[in-house]
Design a protein around this ligand. Structure first.
Ligand code: XMP
Length: 513
């Protein structure tokens, strides 16, 4: 039986982040419903339990409570935020009710390092997000750390292996929070650190097989990282039971469709159906110049085409797979403000699974982007796919300013191809967040040979960023920029001028739209 750390989920938006921190320690964990019976946890081979945070007060009528018998299992327990209040509440302490929530940075002073804070400095910056707080310790517990707002920011009952912290060690804003979690897993629960990406893949494969049985699965491929990794994982699990659909919306980059056909068709031998809808998209976009309008048309047309093509190939398919990641479920894990406000509407295509009576398969739902990349690498996807730069869903549709025409798209595609070649050749492709061309429907005067020209402008948008929330223009060496510019003006017909966008985000956005 594998060793498992159980994370009991009391409704915090950060429960998955706890699971992620555990994976980072190469320890196996599973998230369980908060009320999972203790007997079931024992059966599963649980060697330690983490009680997650949660938005409720332990006194609320609808407050989630654990099976009290978990405190008799004889395994270590770590309560985080709401979790520590549950410990206080159930083990004979007292929790003070407060209507106001407390958010933000605080300072932790460690009074007694014990096993949980072993190896850490005496003071640390921490992140708080709680309403109620522990007011009286349960019998057997001592305070191990205090913070600006609580004398019980850290507590422990060493004999029983119960630990509690009022703040959130799982978020990035808490200094060395990852080490506190590792101390709990390894130092306190005695977990082995041998859980790897390969184990994740093996487990996902088993999970997909169990969910899907002999059923057929459809997957919309976009060519992006998430759907590519989902395709490779599903293919490994169910082989020919998987059919992938790739919609060519006419807004793809040069060679993109061919690359998808080559990788999934020729390399993986996946049953790939390519739907060419480029004419329809262009037709619908004719004469449209307003950015939001373009986006709406592209989005709506995509759903329509995708649904129609799924209907035509559905046959006996029962499942629709999606490369949904955890950050798609929750917009940001930085808990700036109320975590509950961070829930993003689910990415599925407008009720389509329900309409078509397809059940969802989302094998990447618990992972973060960098973890998905690691899974992709382990599945043998090429670096160009796994580490590719983000590309917006509406594709080149947000990069042709003004009307989107076949001619303008062709100019943009050719210019962008040159840019990507030079970014790859110089190695900067891998160092920046995004690098792309934007087509400007502005004609300017130039000379080419002896001829006067009146050609369009291409803007280079090359930015550095860590999360796309903010970005700065990349300070590329002049020689690289020079080569890109001269190659584009020389090789791409219709372009007379190349400009470099030196705006940061904010106030500018990354895409020009
Ligand atoms: P902005 O332009 O808002 O872009 O600074 C931030 C990041 O999001 C990408 N982006 C999109 N991605 N669908 C996507 O999947 C979209 O409609 C979309 N619009 C922008 C953009 O490329 C950048 O990485």
């Amino acid at each position: 039986m594998p060793q498992i750390i159980a994370v009991l989920d009391f409704g915090s938006q950060l429960t998955q982040v706890i699971a992620r921190r555990i994976r980072e320690c190469q320890v196996y964990s599973k998230i369980f419903h908060y009320a999972t019976p203790a007997a079931k946890l024992r059966e599963e081979g649980v060697i330690g339990i983490i009680l997650s945070g949660g938005p409720q007060s332990v006194y609320a009528k609808t407050a989630p409570h654990p099976d009290r018998a978990i405190f008799e299992l004889g395994v270590p327990i770590l309560g985080i935020c709401y979790g520590v209040q549950l410990m206080g509440h159930h083990l004979g302490g007292h929790v003070a009710h407060s209507r106001a929530r407390e958010y933000g940075h605080g300072q932790l002073s460690i009074k007694k390092a014990g096993k949980l804070f072993a190896g850490l400095p005496k003071t640390l910056r921490i992140w708080n997000s709680h309403g109620d707080k522990l007011e009286k310790l349960p019998p057997g517990f001592v305070a191990t750390a205090v913070s600006d707002n609580s004398p019980f920011a850290g507590i422990e009952d060493r004999k029983r292996g119960f630990y509690g912290i009022q703040f959130h060690p799982e978020v990035f804003h808490t200094e060395r929070g990852g080490e506190m979690i590792r101390n709990f897993l390894v130092g306190i629960c005695g977990a082995k650190q041998d859980w790897t990406t390969k184990d994740f893949i093996a487990q996902s494969v088993a999970g997909i097989r169990e969910q899907v049985g002999k059923g057929r699965v459809l997957l919309g491929l976009s060519g992006g990282v998430d759907s590519s990794v989902a395709a490779a994982l599903l293919h490994k699990a169910i082989g020919q039971q998987l059919t992938c659909v790739f919609v060519d919306n006419g807004l793809l980059r040069k060679g993109e469709r061919a690359a998808v056909e080559k990788l999934y068709g020729d390399h993986f031998h996946i049953d790939l159906r390519v739907v060419d809808a480029s004419k329809l998209f262009l037709q619908r976009l004719k004469g449209v110049t307003e950015p939001e309008q373009k986006r709406k048309i592209i989005g709506r047309t995509f759903v329509e085409v995708f649904e129609k093509s799924l209907k035509s190939i559905k046959g006996s398919a029962e499942f629709l797979a999606q490369g949904t990641l955890y950050p798609d479920v929750i917009e940001s894990v930085s808990i700036q403000g109320n975590p509950a406000s961070l829930i993003k509407t689910h990415h599925n295509v407008g009720g389509l699974p329900e309409r078509m009576k397809l059940k969802l398969v989302e094998p990447l739902r618990q992972l973060f982007k960098d973890e998905v990349r690691r899974v992709g690498e382990a599945l043998g996807l090429p670096k160009e796919v796994v580490w590719r730069q983000p590309f917006p869903g509406p594709g080149l549709g947000v990069r042709v300013m003004g009307e989107i025409t076949a001619q303008n798209l062709e100019i943009l595609r050719n210019a962008d191809y040159v840019l990507q070649e030079e970014m790859m050749a110089s190695g900067y492709y891998w160092k920046v967040w995004q690098s792309f061309c934007v087509f400007l429907p502005v004609q300017t005067v130039g000379v080419f040979g002896d001829e006067r020209t009146y050609d369009y402008v291409i803007a280079l948008r090359i930015v550095e960023s860590t999360d796309a929330m903010t970005a700065d223009w990349a300070k590329l060496p002049h020689e690289v920029l020079q080569k890109i510019s001269s190659r584009i003006t020389n090789e791409v017909r219709g372009v007379g001028r190349v400009v470099f966008d030196i705006s940061s985000k904010p106030p500018a956005t990354i895409e020009w739209e």
